[in-house]
Design a protein around this ligand. Structure first.
Ligand code: 13P
Length: 252
């Protein structure tokens, strides 16, 4: 059966000392509790190795927020999947809308990143989601389907099964405007149907699909109660251990 997962995406926040302190606080909060979900934090590249040193990997998974679309070589400033894996990180967020929007990441580029992540034993947390205009003009199902097909449907069923998906409607990210639990459920069920059409029922049923976009302790419970919402990818509310834990404990 698929896993419930709550993952924090710190984005470009916290200095190294602040990040290590936050990771320690989340780790401490997880000691002595048995959450009904896996818990992951995705942190800036600079923080990966030091954060890995202060967390208990059996309680808290570690991920990067991106990786390069090349294995190694003359790509100044880039950080490769093998480099990420060498820090002890096990996950990598790929295809976040901020990467697509501000850094021109296309499905072709994301395909390379997914392959490199998998080759290096990293679990991609692959993000998809429509912008406001697409929500309003009714093309959102088609947009999300195309994002999945273009970047992921060349994978074997075995490789696809290693992915975590995150539906993040762009209009809900950092805006305080969450998708309703019914809107999230509708899209998650649709996504699961798209996966089933390509890889069959078993793969579809076993794929964790997280919701992201202004998820907070006050709305997490209703979102996670939906049958096709398997957890959350949390931005702002993951930057405070208490509010992040308020979401982690939203699973009943
Ligand atoms: P917020 O939770 O800040 O809306 O961000 C969501 C997100 O982009 C997680 O990847």
């Amino acid at each position: 059966m698929r896993k419930n997962i709550v993952a924090g995406n710190w984005k470009m926040n916290t200095t190294l000392p602040e990040g290590v302190a936050l990771a320690k606080a989340v780790n401490a909060a997880l000691c002595g509790v048995t959450p009904k979900c896996d818990v992951i934090i995705a942190v800036p590249f600079t923080h990966l190795a030091p954060v890995n040193d202060v967390i208990d990997n059996s309680k808290l998974g570690l991920g990067a927020e991106n990786c390069a679309d090349h294995r190694s070589g003359a790509y100044t400033g880039e950080v490769s999947a093998p480099m990420v894996a060498s820090t002890g990180a096990k996950y990598v967020i790929l295809g976040h809308s901020e990467r697509r929007q501000y850094y021109g990441e296309t499905s072709e580029i994301l395909k390379e990143k997914v392959n490199l992540a998998l080759e290096n034993g990293l679990t991609p947390i692959f993000c998809i989601g429509e912008v406001l205009e697409e929500r309003e003009n009714g093309t959102f199902f088609d947009v999300v389907k195309a994002q999945i097909e273009e970047a992921l449907f060349d994978l074997s069923a075995e490789d696809f099964s290693k992915l975590i998906l995150a539906y993040e409607p762009v209009w809900a990210i950092g805006t305080g405007k969450t998708a309703t639990d019914d809107q999230a459920e509708e899209m998650h069920a649709y996504i699961r149907g798209v996966i089933e059409g390509k890889y069959g029922n078993e793969v579809a049923e076993n794929t964790s699909i997280l919701y992201g976009g202004s998820c907070k302790p006050s709305n997490a419970k209703a979102l996670f109660a939906k049958p096709n919402v398997d957890g959350g990818l949390i931005g702002g509310a993951s930057l405070d251990a208490e509010s992040f834990m308020g979401i982690v404990t939203a699973f009943e």
